[in-house]
Design a protein around this ligand. Sequence first.
Ligand SMILES: CC(C)(COP(=O)(O)OP(=O)(O)OC[C@H]1O[C@@H](n2cnc3c(N)ncnc32)[C@H](O)[C@@H]1OP(=O)(O)O)[C@@H](O)C(=O)NCCC(=O)NCCS
Length: 463
Amino acid sequence: MAKNVGILAVDIYFPPTCVQQEALEEHDGASKGKYTIGLGQDCMVFCTEVEDVISMSLTVVSSLLEKYQIDPKSIGRLEVGSETVIDKSKSIKTFLMQIFEKHGNTDIEGVDSTNACYGGTAALFNCVNWVESSSWDGRYGLVVCTDSAVYAEGPARPTGGAAAIAMLIGPDAPIAFESKLRASHMSHVYDFYKPNLASEYPVVDGKLSQTCYLMALDSCYNQLSKKHENLEGKQFSISNADYFVFHSPYNKLVQKSFARLVFNDILKNPSLMGETAKERLAPFVTLSSEESYQSRDLEKVSQQVAKPLYDEKVQPSTLIPKQIGNTYTASLYAAFISLLHNKNSTLASKRVILFSYGSGLTSTMFSLQINEGQHPFSLSNIAKVLDIAAKLKSRHEFPPAKFVETLKLMEHRYGGKEFVTSKDISLLSPGTYYLTEVDSMYRRFYEQKFSKTAEYGAVANGH
Ligand SMILES: CC(C)(COP(=O)(O)OP(=O)(O)OC[C@H]1O[C@@H](n2cnc3c(N)ncnc32)[C@H](O)[C@@H]1OP(=O)(O)O)[C@@H](O)C(=O)NCCC(=O)NCCS
């Protein structure tokens, strides 16, 4: 069996168009600080009419192959996670096949996985499990998480975002799965769903989704703790991991989530925490779990108690989600990439716990063991390829009115046919794919902005 299977290489793409949350607050008539402090968000990127989940995934896959010099023939499985439905039958994976077909590789397993923000994790597990299985043929797996998160006008709109992330999967990885240490919580709930197939927007019960997220988190953490006890002889606590990375619809929920883990540790074993933490949380340990989700005082006190540990173990993973917004299936991995960006030189030998949540609901907590790796699959090279600072810097700020106008146009175009886009690619970097046309048979046509280095061809139109 292949050993230390995990993520060998990773790349992220997000659109260059963004709106500042502070400007959006003012535009929406929200009280000052609601989106920036209340939700904890700085900025949000969004697709204009020339970009969508397919173009973003074409961009990120061709970029990963090129930057790590991966032969397209060496990919044996390609899995996509997305909840942005463009076609109810044809998978996004099949669009990506254009990159591989022209190199003579059509022998690639895998299709798309969908369940809200969890599809990327399902795709990732499929690839890791394949490499660990007897059907593995020795080639790489490739996972793509791609979403455009847009909401109707209202309180959820500032929690949007857009991105595509590609991860190369194989053995002897610098980011290896501790496959025995993972726990899931799955349940039937209507907290966020997309029953209206004529609209890209979800139906969302925002408050319920927060509670469901925290309940799923508790359940996964306690299951993981038990599994750890079976394996290692002691329960799992925060001190057993160096970093915690969360699915990040908005940063405030990440702060609340980590505080919840601290509270869970106190409930499990008060001796795990210092005297002050114990004293401050003592009034809450007798609450029923239902009461504990509703208690604003517990939420506030546990966040204060957790703050020093949050700064050490969570804050390094918050950069990209705060800057680009919720990217649904890509969100957890955008947070993980932030950690790679911020801490790559000291991450070797560290354990990272990730929590993936998709409304509806599906959730898993899992563990990654990090090592330095070998070029080109080394932590330092991954951070270099990601080039996060430059990517964030190259965003272009749109005024909120233009953002709203763009979303209106996209509403009109969603599910439509027989239109051509403006083909305005002035803001896109060389190598970026963009949508040019949807014809009378709903077939979508993409092109790639000219790039001096791109080897993987220009036109991707499916014919
Ligand atoms: C998250 C969501 C429910 C928030 O919308 P809302 O109900 O209008 O927002 P709230 O009134 O609760 O305000 C949000 C936060 O900002 C705080 N706030 C409000 N105005 C503020 C101000 N002027 N300054 C500072 N903070 C402020 C609130 O106190 C609240 O913080 P708290 O949760 O710590 O109490 C909404 O954006 C949503 O539905 N998003 C999509 C669903 C989602 O992302 N769910 C996550 C799970 S997947």
